[in-house]
Design a protein around this ligand. Structure first.
Ligand SMILES: [Zn+2]
Length: 112
């Protein structure tokens, strides 16, 4: 990556981290203890419990991505940033713009 690409990617990761933090806050609001039956309205208690576990899974995956993005941001100035961990070829910039946290090129992931 050249310096211009690094800056572009840095801004993108920054933006995604901010957005993800907001999303996590919103999901957290839905992961509250299951409320007593009379407060649920049309939802049955089972449905409420179900919805809660879905939100928790979603929350975990968002938090995992947030951590990956943070470490990408941390490592962006390292010489091996953007180098595939499999074949050690540069990961295409286009791919990094879509998935800045990727550590491998598409073909290495497919061949894993
Ligand atoms: Zn590769």
């Amino acid at each position: 990556m050249n310096a211009e690409q690094t800056e572009k990617l840095r801004k993108l990761i920054d933006k995604e981290i901010e957005e993800l933090k907001l999303t996590i806050e919103r999901v957290k609001d839905t992961v509250q203890p299951v409320v007593p039956d009379d407060a649920i309205g049309r939802l049955t208690r089972m449905e409420a419990i179900n919805a809660k576990s879905v939100s928790e899974a979603t929350l975990r995956s968002y938090q995992a991505r947030l951590n990956k993005l943070k470490s990408a941001l941390h490592n962006i100035d390292e010489p091996d940033f953007g180098i595939c961990a499999g074949c050690e070829e540069p990961i295409p910039f286009k791919r990094l713009m879509v998935m800045p946290e990727s550590r491998m090129c598409v073909s290495c992931i497919e061949n894993r």
